[in-house]
Structure formats: structure tokens, C-alpha cells
Design a protein around this ligand. Structure first.
Ligand SMILES: Cc1ncc(COP(=O)(O)O)c(C=O)c1O
Length: 434
């Protein structure tokens, strides 16, 4: 053993790609934030208590009675055929026409993200992403040593002109752009949805530049006021890899998600899946398959939609009541609101004081690969009840107002500039925060 340090004797042995794998400095705070007296507006955990237990036990009983030998055994690397056929039906709700042949079942869509990145990224390659983007995806891209470049995003999603400019700039610098990662529906963390016109334009730009689109859509069926526009994959089946998941419409504990990919990519994904996990979770797949066979799963999705819509409304009302001078996004589905702080407040620096006031949120810095986000906060409304949301936002308003008072007294910004923020400090919070 050589050249370690007193904390980790293997320090010098790790592969370079692990440089991006550091624990979040806010992790300890989130441990405190999980205490019952703290209202957490930080986590992205689905409210699984709204899933009737008998729906799940019925499916498990059926699997153990009818398919135990297969469900307890290794399966194929592509996933259970009948589940893939159900997945094709699920995707048809968002306008996608596909064959079960082109679906690969994965250990949650997070694993699909990892596999696609593994297939396409060499160190130094560029991934384009919205601004901000999903913390779990940024972490995957970093672990394969990709450079994530954020593209300007507004309330209608990615801005096509900004995408064109980013591509041109990167090409001038000789960079290789491998794919565009986008969450078009009820974005995590921004809460916005890409308009139909933009979907067509963004796809067009990517197609004409030979850039693959990685469409990540775990929240699409959880709409509130009106359904989201049809999936980007519904417009093009050659240039898009589409990711889906049962984590939000059923439960994340099964860890069942999928990728739908053009044929050649699909073949490589199966091989990569086999090399990583041999086969996706057989038992989880059989239970989800039985659930989709026998339970009123669309009715259950409606139940979730109603529940989350009520919580979104509670959050909108509380923000309007307690923080009327700030601005925030108004999600038409999903779990998240993106709040913009008054100039000069720093979301990361303010978090310890918020936790002291018994409210937690995720600082915007978690959702950028380049140190930005200090002026934003992600608030989630999926897990706390409407009453808790109101209390949480009220506490947050107290923290923000106190910070502003401090600022008035001492008269300087608390926000570090993005350039002084080291890239390695922008690291993933624990999984229940994603
Ligand atoms: C945008 C996005 N993609 C992917 C995932 C991963 O989901 P899972 O692996 O549970 O399917 C999440 C989870 O929060 C997410 O928000």
C-alpha cells in the first residue's frame, strides 16, 4: 500500500473518474432535516402512502402463487417480455409508438441514465443539459468525466436559440457533443414543461447537428391542469433515447425503469445491462407486471395526480401569502417548484439557518455542474401534507426576511460568485433528495 493519507489509505489508488464522487457537504444537514420536527421541502420522495397496500400485496401474492420459480430466478438482460409489452402501452399514453423489442428494463431510470452515458461518453465529451438540470444526471455525467454544459431554459423549457449558440460555440472550441439530456415534462428541479413547438425545434436542431436526444420522462403522467405535450420520442424514433420509470406512478422501491432506444443502441444497452447487473430485478419486474395486469393502475395514477395537485396548490398559495415579492415557477405537474431568491442571498449559505428554523430545501447549486444556482432554491411539494407545506414556507419566509435584514445591516452579498465556487463542491445530496 502506498501514498495514501491518514483518512483513506487507498486515496492514491482510485481511478480518475472517482474525482467527481464526493459526498455532499450538505449531507449532514439533510440528516438533521429528516428529524420529524423539520418540515422538509427538500426531498423528491413520492408519497407512497397513497398507494393502497392491498394493491401491492395482491400483486405479490399472485406472483408467489403463479410465477415464483421465475420471479426468484435470474432473468434475461433485456427484461421480462410481458412487462415490456405493458411498458409499450404506458408510453402510448404520451403518443409513443414502439415495439417491446426496443425496450430495455433497468434498475430504475437512474440506471438507464448510467448505461446510456457509459455507452456514449469518453472523458472530455460534452453533454448538453437544461439550466438547471437533474442532480442525479449531473452526477452520472461527472462520473464518466463528461463536461456538462447548461443551456438557457425558461418557462417553456430549453431555449432553441441558446441551444444553437451553445452547439456552435462548443464546435468552435473543437469539443465533441455526444447528447442533449432533457426532462421536457414537469422538470426536476425547474418545474417547467417544454412547449410542443420547442420540442419540434429542439429535435430539429439536434438532428441537423448529429446530436442524440436523451429524453428523461419520469413525471409525464403526473399532470395537473392539462396533459403535457406528446413526448419528443413520439416525433422521432431514430434520434431519441427515451427513459421512463415506475418510481413516481407506482413506487420507487421496486427499482423498475426502462429505456426505449433505436435498434442498434438498444442492442448495446442490453449488453451493458448484462455487464452491470446480469439481469434487472426479476422479482420487482414480476410484481410490477402483475400490478399492471390486474390493478386499476390508471385509477391509481389519477389518485396520485389529485394528491400532488392539491399539494402544488398549497405551495402556490403559501408562496403567494408569505413571499409575495419573490418569483417562482408554476408547475403543471410533477413534484417541484424553482424559487428565485432576492439578489445577493445565497441558497447554500442560508441552509443551516433554515434547518435551525426547522425547514429544509435543496439549494440551487446542486442542479448545476458549474457552480451556479446560489440564487435559487428547489422546493418539493410531493411528500409534505398541505398543512406542512404552509408551515414550511412560512418558516422559509422568516429565514429569507432575516437574511435580508442582515444584509441591510451589514450591506454586502452573501452569495459566492459561480466562478469562485469549485466544481467539485457541487455534489449530489443523498438519494432521498434527488
Ligand atoms: C428527472 C429524473 N430522472 C431520473 C430519476 C431517477 O428515477 P428512478 O431511478 O427512481 O427511476 C429521477 C428521480 O428523482 C428524476 O427526477
Amino acid at each position: 500500500m502506498t501514498n495514501g493519507n491518514s483518512l483513506d489509505p487507498w486515496y492514491d489508488s482510485y481511478a480518475q473518474r472517482t474525482a467527481g464522487l464526493s459526498a455532499s457537504e450538505v449531507r449532514a444537514l439533510f440528516a438533521v432535516a429528516s428529524r420529524p420536527e423539520v418540515v422538509s421541502l427538500a426531498g423528491g420522495m413520492p408519497y407512497v402512502s397513497a398507494l393502497p397496500r392491498e394493491l401491492v400485496t395482491g400483486s405479490i401474492d399472485r406472483v408467489m402463487t403463479e410465477d415464483a420459480a421465475m420471479a426468484l430466478q435470474y432473468g434475461g438482460g433485456q427484461g421480462l417480455r410481458s412487462l415490456r409489452e405493458h411498458i409499450v402501452d404506458v408510453m402510448s399514453l404520451e403518443g409513443i409508438r414502439a415495439s417491446a423489442e426496443d425496450v430495455v428494463v433497468t434498475t430504475g431510470s437512474q440506471h438507464a441514465l448510467d448505461l446510456v452515458t457509459r455507452l456514449f461518453i469518453d472523458p472530455g465529451d460534452v453533454v448538453l443539459a437544461e439550466s438547471p438540470s437533474y442532480v442525479g444526471a449531473i452526477g452520472v455525467f461527472r462520473s464518466y468525466q463528461a463536461e456538462t454544459v447548461h443551456v438557457t431554459t425558461d418557462e417553456h423549457g430549453l431555449v432553441p436559440e441558446a441551444l444553437r449558440e451553445a452547439i456552435a460555440n462548443l464546435r468552435t472550441q473543437g469539443k465533441r457533443i455526444k447528447f442533449l439530456y432533457t426532462i421536457p415534462n414537469f422538470h426536476n428541479p425547474a418545474g417547467v414543461t417544454m412547449s410542443r413547438e420547442r420540442r419540434i425545434e429542439v429535435l430539429d436542431i439536434c438532428r441537423s447537428n448529429g446530436i442524440l436526444v436523451l429524453e428523461d420522462n419520469p413525471y409525464g403522467l403526473l399532470w395537473f391542469d392539462e396533459p403535457a405535450p406528446q413526448a419528443i420520442r413520439s416525433i422521432d424514433d431514430e434520434g431519441v433515447v427515451y427513459l421512463g420509470s415506475f418510481s413516481k406512478t407506482l413506487a420507487p422501491g421496486f427499482r423498475v425503469g426502462w429505456a426505449l432506444a433505436p435498434h442498434a443502441i438498444r442492442e448495446k444497452l442490453v449488453l451493458a445491462n448484462e455487464s452491470a447487473v446480469l439481469a434487472p430485478n426479476s422479482f420487482g419486474q414480476y410484481v410490477v407486471n402483475a400490478y399492471l395486469d390486474a390493478a386499476d393502475w390508471k385509477g391509481q395514477v389519477d389518485t396520485f395526480r389529485g394528491l400532488y395537485a392539491e399539494r402544488r396548490d398549497a405551495m402556490m398559495a403559501a408562496l403567494g401569502e408569505f413571499l409575495p415579492d419573490l418569483s417562482w415557477t408554476k408547475p403543471n405537474g410533477g413534484f417541484f417548484v424553482w424559487l428565485t431568491l432576492p439578489d445577493s442571498l445565497d441558497s447554500k449559505g442560508m441552509l443551516p439557518r433554515a434547518v435551525k428554523e426547522l425547514v429544509a430545501y435543496t439549494p440551487g447549486t446542486a442542479f448545476y455542474a458549474d457552480g451556479r444556482g446560489g440564487g435559487n432554491i428547489r422546493l418539493s411539494f410531493c411528500y409534505p401534507t398541505p398543512d406542512q407545506i404552509r408551515v414550511g414556507v412560512k418558516r422559509l419566509a422568516t429565514v429569507i426576511n432575516d437574511e435580508l435584514e442582515l444584509l441591510e445591516t451589514f450591506g454586502h452579498s452573501t452569495r459566492p460568485s459561480a466562478v469562485t465556487e469549485s466544481r467539485s463542491t457541487v455534489v449530489a445530496p443523498p438519494p432521498n433528495i434527488s
